[in-house]
Design a binder for this molecule. Structure first.
Ligand code: CTP
Length: 408
């Protein structure tokens, strides 16, 4: 583990959050909250049209500075150059067709477009509009030109749009926008460089006899996705898994089967890990003693006595070194929030990633997942249904935010 003092990953970064007048403007409140949570100094700049969609008070209350709305009502006579020069990054979320056109043409029509022209900082635009507008050649050409100038584009998603239509044009999720900001400001390869990450994946198998076991439906896909993402971010990754799926060459995979084997493998690596993610579904009970030979039908219906397995996560929580971020998972079917908070306390974890495995498309075996990340300070963040890779990025973003900064 690295020696450290506490600093979240966007600490010291000044971000201008431009909000334009699309229906999705309300989602930029969530983006603002998350950026501030990650330590950024965020100044919201709202256009006049945005004020038809959202109120300035909400932004001012959550931001690091009062919201700015005009070139003319600011004590600073040149707010656009002050903002543009001091920003480490400008993110426009949502970006309407109008702001894309102004920005492409270099038209300073309002404070936001003037600030965009007055900056040399990286810019991210997150377009959101109706499908017909998104498909219009003018919009596509504007984006192409902006992209060729180095502007980062977070593309919209398919989904439900204002007025009930369905199609491409819905604003990217807050997680995707925040991930794009982090990727630009803190290049991925550096984010976890020098860090050690330990991940468990899959469901344990507790043998009954040489051919049978008590298992569960965990596929290990979410754990592997987290291992891939941690590897991409430059961490030294150990994956203790009960299943064998393709893993990046740099990831050390330790294959285990039972809870006891998993505990041994985890304990060997955990003391030196900066982040430990217990995404495995560990059996809570195992048969008392394993039959040496296959149990035969003719012997009658067997009585299988069970005993508790060791709780690996709770064991890690009890000896957690200072600065280590310990992440547990909770697959639940009811009372998600209270069960997750209870688990956080009982197991001395820093985060519990809770998923409702009874919801459609969520958890075991699916390619997608939806989770709520609960933190030990009582706060939580919802991560909407999306690929397990995107969930992995959100889990690691949240874990990184709790990591003390590296001394080096
Ligand atoms: N876990 C563990 N060792 C166990 C059981 C669970 O390390 N023997 C870890 C899992 O990897 C997961 C978290 O604990 O990160 C949640 O496990 P869960 O079984 O849901 O928690 P329990 O405390 O057993 O709560 P309950 O059975 O009441 O749901």
């Amino acid at each position: 583990m690295s020696e450290s003092v506490a600093t979240p990953i966007l600490a010291g970064k000044r971000i201008v959050l431009g909000v334009t007048g699309g229906i999705a403007a309300y989602k930029s409140v969530e983006v603002l909250r998350r950026l501030v949570d990650l330590g950024a100094h965020v100044v919201p700049v709202l256009t006049t049209a945005a004020l038809n969609m959202v109120g300035p008070t909400t932004f001012t209350a959550l931001a690091s500075e009062r919201v700015k709305m005009s070139l003319w009502d600011d004590p600073d006579p040149i707010p656009h150059t002050t903002l543009g020069q001091s920003a480490d990054l400008i993110v426009v979320c949502p970006a309407t067709a109008r702001i894309l056109a102004d920005y492409r043409m270099g038209r300073s029509a309002d404070l936001l477009s003037a600030t965009l022209i007055a900056t040399v900082a990286p810019v991210i635009v997150c377009p959101a509009m109706h499908t017909e507008m998104w498909d219009h050649p003018a919009v596509q050409e504007n984006l192409q030109v902006l992209g060729s100038r180095g502007v980062h584009i977070v593309p919209p998603e398919e989904g439900r749009l204002a007025g009930g239509d369905i199609g491409k044009g819905r604003l990217a999720t807050p997680e995707a926008v925040v991930a794009a900001v982090c990727d630009v400001l803190v290049p991925a390869r550096r984010r976890l460089a020098g860090r050690t990450v330990l991940i468990t994946a899959g469901g344990t198998r507790e043998p009954i006899d040489p051919v049978r076991y008590i298992g569960n439906r965990s596929s290990g896909k979410q754990g592997y996705a987290i291992a891939r993402e941690a590897d991409r971010r430059g961490a030294k990754v150990t994956l203790v898994s009960t299943v064998e799926l393709p893993a990046p060459a740099g990831v050390e995979v330790v294959t285990v089967s039972t809870a006891a084997e998993m505990e041994r493998a985890v304990k060997a690596v955990a003391p030196g890990a900066d982040i430990v993610v217990m995404s495995a579904a560990v059996a809570d009970f195992r048969p008392v003693g394993v039959a040496d030979q296959k149990i035969k039908k003719g012997q009658g219906v067997p009585q299988i006595r069970l005993e508790p397995t060791v709780d690996i996560l709770a064991g890690l929580g009890a000896v957690k070194p200072p600065g280590q971020v310990l992440v547990g998972f909770a697959a639940e079917t009811e009372d998600l929030a209270s069960n997750a908070q209870d688990k956080l306390r009982r197991k001395n974890a820093d985060m519990i990633v809770a998923n409702d495995v009874s919801a459609p498309g969520v958890g075991f075996g699916h390619e997608t997942n939806a989770v709520t990340i609960h933190r030990a300070d009582g706060s939580s963040v919802e991560v909407a249904l999306q690929s397990k890779d995107a969930i992995a990025a959100a889990v690691l973003d949240a874990a990184e935010a709790l990591l003390p900064a590296s001394a080096g």
